[in-house]
Design a binder for this molecule. Structure first.
Ligand SMILES: NC(=O)c1ccc[n+]([C@@H]2O[C@H](COP(=O)([O-])OP(=O)(O)OC[C@H]3O[C@@H](n4cnc5c(N)ncnc54)[C@H](OP(=O)(O)O)[C@@H]3O)[C@@H](O)[C@H]2O)c1
Length: 406
């Protein structure tokens, strides 16, 4: 048994939840980590977290919630010292925190930079055993927020160095790199950045930018309203239709439906984060790695019909929207009460937060190829591959289990 102690910041988030899940599942082998500390901002009820149950061959878990990282590093260090057993044995920081602050993107960068600085300063003051730090970047760092994109795909890691300066100052990742480069000078630890396109996964408490949850709640309510769904038996719908005849058009435009992309399951990201931490010589020194489930890109044309089919719907290509037609977030807002009527209080109150408007526009804004090259990932020896649809369907199963969809 190693003495590795992982601390996961943002444990309630899309990547953070999967990170704790994979650590507790003892990936890649029992004994890789002795203990895991999950740090969350909003409180999580452990009984409703859906992480693996404690077992002899799993690392021990300590959940510390109510930790807002926007304070100062000293107070954070005190709080962690009091609440984290063996804080002096922390070896790995998995940092998956991000917060939106409205329209001021430079302010957003500053707030997020400060939170990472606080974490690095606080944890460094608690342990002499730190070995590795991981944080996620994203295709935003390749300029996809510029209409039409910035670089020609496939996107390769060296491109981040050519990001136009005006745009770069609106993205936190270059600042994160600077914080970690400066902080690890002369220290025993090193770090890497993992760059995903859309991340597909589960969170028990909603999430700011979960496309899977956004579409799952939409499709769940859409199916219900059209007389389809697991809870429809004895339900109130009068216009019950035969399953698999109700069409649901892709929310977007043709170019969004056909553009190439590289989604990744949050569990794949988490596995690579663990792999990177175990292989600092291949993955450290501030290297950036693209990540995806499959080497070959996919497109919504391949995914949407399979996503809709899970809900008993026929997913079709985009249609010209009428002005009165609701976007997914508007649809969920209008019908969310249905969840409550079926006892799904969590779904009735929550789902996707700050990112819902942005996620509504995914199919009409991401109209260009943005697939990721995985050459560097494979050169580093990470060989896990899966069909990208699996991450979506696993997340849907978990949403249903957690009462976030019908
Ligand atoms: N979602 C995607 O598809 C995607 C794609 C590419 C890149 N990324 C990048 O991945 C990173 C993480 O995003 P995510 O999708 O995992 O987001 P997420 O699900 O919203 O998770 C963000 C986490 O940060 C925590 N957090 C926010 N403010 C905090 C604060 N003041 N103190 C402590 N914790 C705080 C949140 O906790 P609370 O909710 O409890 O506050 C949450 O656990 C971001 O850099 C994002 O740009 C995401």
């Amino acid at each position: 048994m190693s003495e590795n102690h992982a601390i996961v910041f943002g444990a309630s988030g899309l990547i953070g939840w999967a990170m704790v899940d994979q650590l507790l599942a003892a990936y890649p082998a029992p004994g890789t980590f002795a203990s895991v500390t999950a740090v969350a901002n909003r409180p999580i009820d452990l009984a409703e977290a859906h992480w693996p149950e404690p077992a002899a061959d799993r690392p021990g878990l300590r959940l510390v919630s109510g930790v807002d990282l926007r304070g100062d590093a000293g107070a954070l260090a005190d709080s962690l010292r009091q609440q984290v057993p063996n804080a002096d044995k922390i070896t790995h920081i998995f940092y998956f925190v991000f917060t939106s602050v409205g329209h001021d993107l430079e302010e957003e960068v500053a707030v997020n930079k400060k939170m990472l600085e606080n974490v690095v300063d606080a944890v460094s003051s608690l342990t002499q055993n730190l070995k590795f730090v991981v944080f996620p970047g994203g295709t935003r760092g390749y300029g996809i927020y510029v209409p039409g994109g910035t670089f020609s795909a496939p996107l390769t890691e060296d491109m981040v160095n050519n990001l136009p300066a005006d745009y770069a100052k609106t993205v936190a990742y270059p600042q994160f790199r600077k914080v970690l480069t400066d902080a690890c000078k002369g220290k025993s630890w090193t770090w890497c950045e993992i760059c995903p396109d859309a991340i597909i996964g589960f969170t028990p408490n909603g999430s700011q930018f979960s496309l899977a949850l956004h579409w799952a709640q939409y499709l769940s309510l859409y199916a219900y309203n059209h007389g389809i769904g697991p809870r429809i038996q004895g339900g109130q719908n009068s216009d019950k239709k035969e399953a698999a005849t109700v069409e649901v058009p892709f929310p977007g435009v043709s170019a969004g439906y056909e553009s190439l992309c590289s989604p990744v399951a949050a569990s794949t990201m988490a596995r690579f984060a663990i792999y990177a931490g175990q292989n600092p010589e291949r993955c450290g020194d501030g290297r950036l790695f693209n990540i995806a489930d499959a080497d070959a890109p996919t497109k919504m044309h391949d995914l949407w019909p399979r996503l809709a089919a899970w809900f008993g719907l026929v997913g079709t290509g985009p249609e010209t929207r009428s002005e009165t037609e609701l976007l997914p977030s508007e649809y969920v807002e209008r019908y969310q009460g249905v969840f409550g009527e079926h006892g799904l209080d969590k779904a009735a109150k929550g789902g996707v937060g700050a990112g819902r408007k942005q996620l509504d526009s995914v199919g009409s804004w991401l109209t260009f190829d943005r697939q990721l090259s995985l050459e560097r990932l494979r050169e580093a020896g990470f060989e896990e591959r899966r069909d990208p649809i699996e991450g979506w369907l696993d997340a849907f199963e978990m949403f249903r289990k957690a009462g976030l969809i019908l």
